[in-house]
Unconditional design. Structure first.
Length: 322
């Protein structure tokens, strides 16, 4: 493998069930990619073998032989300064596992790790929707809500590496208990599962209003999900729109806190739920000053992320560029 600065980077995205790897150009174009199963419940070495097997396969390609660095999105908690994976709930195989060190030793190239939201924020800043902005707040909204902060081209990690847990900012101290143990986190209120819960609650109260959603769910209330809500909204369903508007209002309140705290010059949102909510972005910008001290909050661009399903690969590669 080469050490040229204009050579491609290998981006690695490790999840609880899969390892995605891709060859990425220095300007953020993904040339090729592959996916392989992740061994999350075996031994630490078995899990590492699953990762290196996917990497090895990609490095055998013509472009793979030119790779000069490796960047890895790994589940947290982790220490980005040491490259140690600490104790991720969905990867019980790794406890205080020195992932970056082991990758560097095996491939003899620089290797960095970070969590997926931080890495995706960096990719959007370098190559995506936030390119050209100095103060970037990135949020991925899907099954959960994660976030990343990039100041002047560098990820903001905080003292212990645990900064930017935006999904666990509470907007209702009397609200439902989040998986993190706090009440009223934006994740428990507005991520994909919460949208499904909100829709099911409304349908249970007024079944006649949920006929479209129930039809698509096979007449099973428990099968109404956020994905079906998005589909019903696109088809003009009034209840689905109501659910999404309420979700947008919650996220707008949350973003008001973020804007007052960070004063970013751009907000980028990625993930499946963010894509579903993107038709409401202009409404969110219009309402944002109602939830901010900052009188110029509505001037902050609210943009949909450039990288979608490939955010992990692009994020890993962004880590490998510096």
């Amino acid at each position: 493998m080469t050490a040229k600065s204009d050579a491609p980077i290998l981006g690695v995205d490790i999840g609880g069930t899969k390892v995605a790897v891709g060859i990425v150009s220095p300007d953020g174009k993904i040339f090729s990619q592959e996916r392989a199963p992740m061994v999350a419940t075996g031994t630490a070495e078995e899990a590492f073998d699953a990762v290196t097997g996917a990497i090895d396969s990609m490095l055998q390609s013509e472009q793979g032989t030119q790779v000069h660095s490796i960047g890895i999105c790994a589940p947290g908690p982790l220490d980005p300064s040491t490259g140690v994976v600490l104790n991720p709930p969905n990867l019980p195989c790794w406890r205080n596992f020195p992932l970056a060190e082991k990758v560097r030793a095996r491939y003899r190239v620089p290797a960095k790790i970070d969590n997926d939201a931080n890495a995706a924020a960096l990719a959007e800043t370098r190559w995506g929707a936030a390119r050209g902005f100095r103060y970037v707040f990135y949020a991925t909204v899907g099954t959960g809500i994660g976030s990343g902060i990039v100041f002047d081209g560098a990820i903001y990690h905080g003292k212990t590496g645990s900064a930017a847990e935006g999904g666990h900012v509470s907007i209702d101290y009397r609200g439902p208990v989040c998986a993190c143990g706090k009440r009223g986190c934006i994740e428990i209120l507005a991520a994909g599962p919460a949208i499904g819960v909100r829709a099911r609650t409304k349908i249970a109260a007024e079944p006649s209003r949920g006929s479209t959603l129930l039809h698509w769910a096979g007449e099973k209330l428990e099968s109404v999900t956020s994905e079906l809500v998005g589909k019903a909204y696109s088809d003009g369903d009034a209840l689905a729109r109501e659910v999404l508007v309420e979700t947008v209002d919650l996220i707008t309140v949350w973003l008001g806190n973020i804007v007052d705290l960070l004063d970013p010059d751009v907000v980028v949102m990625g993930g499946g739920v963010a894509a579903m909510l993107s038709p409401f972005f202009d409404e969110m910008k219009r309402k944002l000053p109602n939830w901010c001290v900052n009188p110029r909050a509505s001037e902050i661009p609210l943009l949909l992320a450039h990288y979608k399903a490939d955010a992990g690969i692009a994020g890993g590669a962004a880590l490998g560029t510096g």
